[in-house]
Design a protein around this ligand. Structure first.
Ligand code: NAP
Length: 254
Protein backbone atom coordinates (compact mmCIF):
# COMPACT_ATOMS: atom_id res chain seq x y z
CA UNK A 1 0.00 0.00 0.00
CA UNK A 2 1.29 3.45 -0.84
CA UNK A 3 0.44 4.67 2.69
CA UNK A 4 3.02 2.22 4.07
CA UNK A 5 5.76 4.37 2.54
CA UNK A 6 4.93 7.03 5.13
CA UNK A 7 4.80 4.66 8.11
CA UNK A 8 7.43 5.43 10.75
CA UNK A 9 6.63 2.51 13.06
CA UNK A 10 9.81 1.20 14.68
CA UNK A 11 11.82 4.34 13.88
CA UNK A 12 13.29 6.75 16.42
CA UNK A 13 13.48 10.48 15.72
CA UNK A 14 15.42 13.17 17.55
CA UNK A 15 13.76 16.59 17.32
CA UNK A 16 15.46 19.69 18.71
CA UNK A 17 13.45 22.56 20.16
CA UNK A 18 10.56 20.14 20.63
CA UNK A 19 9.04 21.84 23.67
CA UNK A 20 7.05 24.44 21.70
CA UNK A 21 6.33 25.93 18.30
CA UNK A 22 7.22 24.17 15.07
CA UNK A 23 9.41 21.55 16.79
CA UNK A 24 6.52 20.44 18.97
CA UNK A 25 4.26 20.16 15.92
CA UNK A 26 6.87 18.15 14.02
CA UNK A 27 7.52 15.83 16.99
CA UNK A 28 3.79 15.10 17.31
CA UNK A 29 3.44 14.54 13.56
CA UNK A 30 6.29 12.01 13.54
CA UNK A 31 4.77 10.25 16.56
CA UNK A 32 1.37 10.08 14.85
CA UNK A 33 3.12 8.43 11.90
CA UNK A 34 4.49 5.80 14.30
CA UNK A 35 7.89 7.04 15.48
CA UNK A 36 9.26 7.11 18.99
CA UNK A 37 10.64 10.60 19.59
CA UNK A 38 13.54 11.99 21.59
CA UNK A 39 12.90 15.62 22.50
CA UNK A 40 15.90 17.89 22.86
CA UNK A 41 15.26 21.09 24.79
CA UNK A 42 17.09 23.27 27.27
CA UNK A 43 14.46 23.19 30.02
CA UNK A 44 12.43 20.03 29.42
CA UNK A 45 9.58 19.16 27.07
CA UNK A 46 7.11 17.45 29.40
CA UNK A 47 3.97 18.64 27.59
CA UNK A 48 5.19 17.27 24.24
CA UNK A 49 6.35 14.03 25.89
CA UNK A 50 2.91 13.57 27.45
CA UNK A 51 1.14 13.95 24.11
CA UNK A 52 3.53 11.48 22.45
CA UNK A 53 2.99 8.93 25.20
CA UNK A 54 -0.78 9.41 24.82
CA UNK A 55 -0.36 8.42 21.16
CA UNK A 56 1.16 5.13 22.32
CA UNK A 57 4.75 6.02 21.35
CA UNK A 58 7.82 6.31 23.52
CA UNK A 59 9.15 9.79 24.33
CA UNK A 60 12.65 10.51 25.62
CA UNK A 61 13.94 13.79 26.95
CA UNK A 62 17.44 15.14 26.37
CA UNK A 63 18.52 18.52 27.67
CA UNK A 64 21.16 20.76 26.12
CA UNK A 65 21.61 24.50 25.70
CA UNK A 66 22.63 24.82 22.07
CA UNK A 67 24.08 28.30 22.71
CA UNK A 68 26.78 26.86 24.97
CA UNK A 69 27.02 23.16 24.05
CA UNK A 70 30.32 22.04 22.53
CA UNK A 71 30.49 19.59 19.63
CA UNK A 72 31.43 16.92 22.20
CA UNK A 73 28.34 17.78 24.31
CA UNK A 74 26.13 17.41 21.24
CA UNK A 75 27.72 14.09 20.30
CA UNK A 76 27.11 12.92 23.89
CA UNK A 77 23.44 13.99 23.64
CA UNK A 78 23.04 11.95 20.45
CA UNK A 79 24.76 8.98 22.12
CA UNK A 80 22.33 9.25 25.06
CA UNK A 81 19.38 9.06 22.67
CA UNK A 82 20.82 5.97 20.97
CA UNK A 83 21.48 4.36 24.36
CA UNK A 84 17.97 5.13 25.68
CA UNK A 85 15.93 4.43 22.55
CA UNK A 86 18.12 1.64 21.20
CA UNK A 87 18.39 3.27 17.77
CA UNK A 88 18.27 6.53 15.85
CA UNK A 89 16.79 6.95 12.37
CA UNK A 90 15.74 10.58 11.99
CA UNK A 91 17.19 13.92 13.11
CA UNK A 92 15.13 17.11 12.83
CA UNK A 93 17.38 20.11 13.40
CA UNK A 94 14.61 22.52 14.36
CA UNK A 95 15.76 24.58 17.37
CA UNK A 96 16.56 28.14 16.44
CA UNK A 97 16.74 31.66 17.74
CA UNK A 98 16.46 35.07 16.09
CA UNK A 99 17.72 38.54 17.09
CA UNK A 100 16.10 41.58 15.51
CA UNK A 101 18.58 44.49 15.47
CA UNK A 102 19.52 46.74 12.53
CA UNK A 103 22.70 45.60 10.76
CA UNK A 104 24.57 48.80 11.68
CA UNK A 105 23.93 48.21 15.39
CA UNK A 106 23.79 44.41 15.40
CA UNK A 107 25.70 43.36 18.53
CA UNK A 108 28.49 40.81 18.51
CA UNK A 109 26.63 38.88 21.20
CA UNK A 110 23.44 38.60 19.11
CA UNK A 111 25.42 37.59 16.03
CA UNK A 112 27.38 34.94 17.98
CA UNK A 113 24.31 33.41 19.66
CA UNK A 114 22.32 33.09 16.47
CA UNK A 115 25.21 31.55 14.54
CA UNK A 116 25.94 29.18 17.43
CA UNK A 117 22.35 27.91 17.84
CA UNK A 118 21.05 28.07 14.27
CA UNK A 119 24.15 26.97 12.36
CA UNK A 120 26.96 25.53 14.52
CA UNK A 121 24.72 23.33 16.66
CA UNK A 122 22.75 22.19 13.60
CA UNK A 123 25.97 21.09 11.89
CA UNK A 124 27.48 19.31 14.88
CA UNK A 125 24.21 17.52 15.67
CA UNK A 126 23.96 16.44 12.03
CA UNK A 127 27.57 15.27 12.18
CA UNK A 128 27.00 13.25 15.37
CA UNK A 129 23.68 11.78 14.20
CA UNK A 130 25.13 11.27 10.73
CA UNK A 131 27.86 9.00 12.10
CA UNK A 132 25.20 6.67 13.54
CA UNK A 133 23.07 6.78 10.39
CA UNK A 134 26.05 6.17 8.09
CA UNK A 135 27.12 3.21 10.25
CA UNK A 136 23.65 1.64 9.93
CA UNK A 137 23.42 2.56 6.24
CA UNK A 138 20.11 4.42 6.51
CA UNK A 139 18.56 7.50 8.01
CA UNK A 140 17.00 10.89 7.46
CA UNK A 141 18.25 14.33 8.43
CA UNK A 142 15.89 17.28 8.14
CA UNK A 143 17.10 20.83 8.62
CA UNK A 144 14.63 23.63 9.27
CA UNK A 145 15.63 26.41 6.91
CA UNK A 146 13.62 29.61 6.31
CA UNK A 147 12.46 32.08 3.70
CA UNK A 148 15.68 33.78 4.78
CA UNK A 149 17.61 30.85 3.32
CA UNK A 150 16.63 32.50 0.00
CA UNK A 151 15.90 36.16 0.83
CA UNK A 152 17.67 38.83 2.85
CA UNK A 153 15.06 39.83 5.42
CA UNK A 154 15.11 43.02 7.46
CA UNK A 155 16.89 43.57 10.81
CA UNK A 156 18.12 39.96 11.07
CA UNK A 157 21.56 39.71 9.41
CA UNK A 158 22.81 36.93 11.70
CA UNK A 159 19.66 34.86 11.22
CA UNK A 160 19.80 35.30 7.45
CA UNK A 161 23.48 34.29 7.38
CA UNK A 162 22.75 31.24 9.53
CA UNK A 163 19.75 30.14 7.47
CA UNK A 164 21.65 30.58 4.18
CA UNK A 165 24.31 28.40 5.86
CA UNK A 166 21.70 25.78 6.71
CA UNK A 167 20.66 25.66 3.03
CA UNK A 168 24.30 25.17 2.02
CA UNK A 169 24.83 22.47 4.65
CA UNK A 170 21.75 20.60 3.43
CA UNK A 171 23.31 20.38 -0.03
CA UNK A 172 26.85 19.66 1.18
CA UNK A 173 25.83 16.80 3.47
CA UNK A 174 23.42 15.40 0.86
CA UNK A 175 26.28 15.21 -1.66
CA UNK A 176 28.46 13.26 0.76
CA UNK A 177 25.83 10.97 2.27
CA UNK A 178 23.29 10.20 -0.51
CA UNK A 179 25.29 7.21 -1.74
CA UNK A 180 25.47 5.84 1.80
CA UNK A 181 21.72 5.57 2.46
CA UNK A 182 21.30 8.81 4.36
CA UNK A 183 18.90 11.48 3.05
CA UNK A 184 19.63 15.09 3.99
CA UNK A 185 16.90 17.60 3.16
CA UNK A 186 15.36 20.78 4.55
CA UNK A 187 11.98 22.36 5.09
CA UNK A 188 11.79 26.11 4.57
CA UNK A 189 8.78 27.37 6.52
CA UNK A 190 7.14 30.60 5.47
CA UNK A 191 5.64 32.99 7.99
CA UNK A 192 4.34 30.82 10.82
CA UNK A 193 2.42 31.95 13.90
CA UNK A 194 4.87 30.98 16.68
CA UNK A 195 6.91 32.85 19.30
CA UNK A 196 9.66 33.31 16.65
CA UNK A 197 7.40 35.77 14.78
CA UNK A 198 5.60 37.32 17.76
CA UNK A 199 7.38 40.67 17.26
CA UNK A 200 6.35 40.79 13.58
CA UNK A 201 2.74 39.98 14.37
CA UNK A 202 2.67 42.60 17.15
CA UNK A 203 3.76 45.36 14.71
CA UNK A 204 0.56 46.30 12.83
CA UNK A 205 2.37 47.68 9.75
CA UNK A 206 4.68 44.65 9.37
CA UNK A 207 1.83 42.25 10.11
CA UNK A 208 -0.33 43.80 7.41
CA UNK A 209 2.35 43.99 4.73
CA UNK A 210 3.54 40.42 5.38
CA UNK A 211 0.01 39.02 5.49
CA UNK A 212 -0.93 40.76 2.24
CA UNK A 213 1.97 39.01 0.44
CA UNK A 214 1.03 35.44 1.43
CA UNK A 215 -0.92 33.87 -1.46
CA UNK A 216 -2.63 31.43 0.94
CA UNK A 217 -3.91 34.53 2.81
CA UNK A 218 -2.99 33.20 6.25
CA UNK A 219 0.07 32.58 8.41
CA UNK A 220 1.16 28.96 8.82
CA UNK A 221 0.85 26.84 11.95
CA UNK A 222 3.01 24.02 13.36
CA UNK A 223 0.47 21.52 11.96
CA UNK A 224 1.20 22.81 8.45
CA UNK A 225 4.72 21.31 8.61
CA UNK A 226 3.71 17.85 9.76
CA UNK A 227 3.01 16.34 6.34
CA UNK A 228 6.31 17.47 4.82
CA UNK A 229 8.23 16.39 7.94
CA UNK A 230 6.70 12.90 7.85
CA UNK A 231 7.40 12.68 4.10
CA UNK A 232 11.07 13.63 4.51
CA UNK A 233 11.41 11.27 7.50
CA UNK A 234 9.89 8.30 5.67
CA UNK A 235 10.67 5.83 2.87
CA UNK A 236 8.46 7.96 0.62
CA UNK A 237 11.40 10.37 0.17
CA UNK A 238 14.17 7.78 -0.32
CA UNK A 239 15.24 9.30 -3.68
CA UNK A 240 15.05 12.92 -2.44
CA UNK A 241 18.44 14.40 -1.54
CA UNK A 242 19.49 17.99 -0.87
CA UNK A 243 16.01 19.45 -1.41
CA UNK A 244 14.89 22.56 0.43
CA UNK A 245 11.10 22.36 0.36
CA UNK A 246 9.21 25.61 0.96
CA UNK A 247 6.08 25.23 3.09
CA UNK A 248 5.15 28.85 2.84
CA UNK A 249 1.60 29.37 1.60
CA UNK A 250 3.14 30.42 -1.72
CA UNK A 251 5.30 33.26 -0.31
CA UNK A 252 8.36 32.53 -2.48
CA UNK A 253 6.51 32.49 -5.78
CA UNK A 254 4.70 35.74 -5.15
P1 NAP B 1 9.98 29.24 18.70
O1 NAP B 1 8.54 29.01 18.99
O2 NAP B 1 10.65 30.49 19.15
O3 NAP B 1 10.79 27.95 19.19
C1 NAP B 1 12.18 27.92 19.11
C2 NAP B 1 12.65 26.61 19.70
O4 NAP B 1 14.10 26.57 19.66
C3 NAP B 1 12.25 26.45 21.16
O5 NAP B 1 12.00 25.10 21.45
C4 NAP B 1 13.49 26.92 21.88
O6 NAP B 1 13.66 26.42 23.19
C5 NAP B 1 14.57 26.35 20.97
N1 NAP B 1 15.84 27.01 21.25
C6 NAP B 1 16.15 28.31 21.06
N2 NAP B 1 17.38 28.55 21.55
C7 NAP B 1 17.84 27.38 22.07
C8 NAP B 1 19.02 26.99 22.74
N3 NAP B 1 20.00 27.87 23.00
N4 NAP B 1 19.16 25.70 23.13
C9 NAP B 1 18.16 24.81 22.90
N5 NAP B 1 17.01 25.12 22.29
C10 NAP B 1 16.85 26.39 21.89
O7 NAP B 1 10.22 29.26 17.13
P2 NAP B 1 9.66 28.35 15.95
O8 NAP B 1 8.95 29.23 15.03
O9 NAP B 1 9.03 27.13 16.46
O10 NAP B 1 11.05 28.01 15.24
C11 NAP B 1 11.52 26.70 15.05
C12 NAP B 1 12.48 26.70 13.87
O11 NAP B 1 11.78 27.14 12.70
C13 NAP B 1 13.65 27.67 14.04
O12 NAP B 1 14.81 27.10 13.47
C14 NAP B 1 13.21 28.88 13.22
O13 NAP B 1 14.29 29.62 12.76
C15 NAP B 1 12.49 28.18 12.08
N6 NAP B 1 11.56 29.02 11.33
C16 NAP B 1 10.48 29.61 11.93
C17 NAP B 1 9.64 30.39 11.15
C18 NAP B 1 8.41 31.06 11.71
O14 NAP B 1 7.78 31.83 10.99
N7 NAP B 1 8.03 30.82 12.94
C19 NAP B 1 9.89 30.58 9.79
C20 NAP B 1 11.01 29.97 9.24
C21 NAP B 1 11.84 29.20 10.01
P3 NAP B 1 13.24 27.34 24.49
O15 NAP B 1 11.76 27.12 24.66
O16 NAP B 1 14.08 26.79 25.59
O17 NAP B 1 13.57 28.76 24.15
Amino acid sequence: MIQDLFDLTGRTALVTGANRGLGQGIALGLAEAGADVALLSRTGAAATAEQITALGRRAFEVTADLATATPADLAAAVDRVVAQAGRLDILVNNAGTIKREPAAEHSAASWAEVIKVDLDAAFFLAQAAGRHLLAQGSGKIIFIASMLSFQGGILVPGYTAAKHGVAGLTKALANEWAARGVNVNAIAPGYMATDNTAALRADPARFESLSARIPATRWGTPADLQGTAVYLASRASDYVHGAIIPVDGGWLVR
